[in-house]
Design a binder for this molecule. Structure first.
Ligand code: ATP
Ligand code: MG
Length: 179
């Protein structure tokens, strides 16, 4: 699976609709302090189904909605879309898909894949199979290198499983056991 394009609107400091192409290979984000580098990475994790506001540096999930500034009113919603390309090693057929997550104040999150309403679980499974979940080590957020070094053995094993691409199997097994 490859990420092709990220679209954001009302997500944290990205108040105006913004669109970023993601080129093949390693992507680095550079810029002055506070310009929104970490917010970008968080937007990717959020659209992939991140459920913990704390790991997005917020107290509640609605904190990711643009909160307004002295000169700009707050927004009522935030929306992030990630265009992905399924490659030959993915379970699903090859092709493109756009995953969208939207949150409205007081109404919670909703997910869509190619415009179709889906569950959070559908989005999580889509990414888990490609070993690119919201907690994937492929997304190296600030402080993460230190966290890997300081991790307990069990945590480090989970990181390695994620990197090895077998955590999708765990997610599917858990899903099957609950049925
Ligand atoms: P650093 O180099 O210090 O790590 P950074 O480029 O990673 O900085 P971010 O942490 O991504 O910067 O962005 C921080 C900015 O985002 C701050 O100016 C903060 O006010 C703004 N911000 C965060 N959440 C919201 C929100 N809900 N509404 C408006 N602005 C927000
Ligand atoms: Mg940062």
């Amino acid at each position: 699976m490859r990420f092709r394009r990220l679209k954001l609107s009302g997500f944290k400091s990205f108040v105006e609709p913004a669109e970023l192409r993601i080129e093949p290979g390693l992507t680095g984000v550079v810029g002055p302090n506070g310009c929104g580098k970490s917010n970008l990475l968080e937007a990717i994790r959020w659209v992939m189904g991140e459920g913990s506001p704390k790991s997005l540096r917020g107290g509640g999930m609605e904190d990711i909605i643009f909160a307004g500034t002295a000169t700009r009113p707050a927004r009522d919603f935030a929306e992030v879309s990630l265009l992905i390309e399924r490659t030959a090693d993915d379970e699903e057929a090859e092709g493109e898909s756009e995953v969208t997550r939207r949150i409205e104040r007081g109404a919670g999150s909703a997910y869509r894949i190619d415009g179709r309403d889906v569950r959070q679980k559908d989005v999580s499974l889509l990414f888990a199979d490609a070993a690119t979940g919201a907690h994937s080590p492929a997304l190296v957020s600030q402080g993460r290198i230190g966290a890997v070094i300081a991790a307990k053995p069990v945590e480090r094993r989970m990181m390695l499983e994620e990197a090895a691409g077998i955590s999708g199997l765990h997610a599917r097994r858990k899903d099957a056991e609950q049925k």
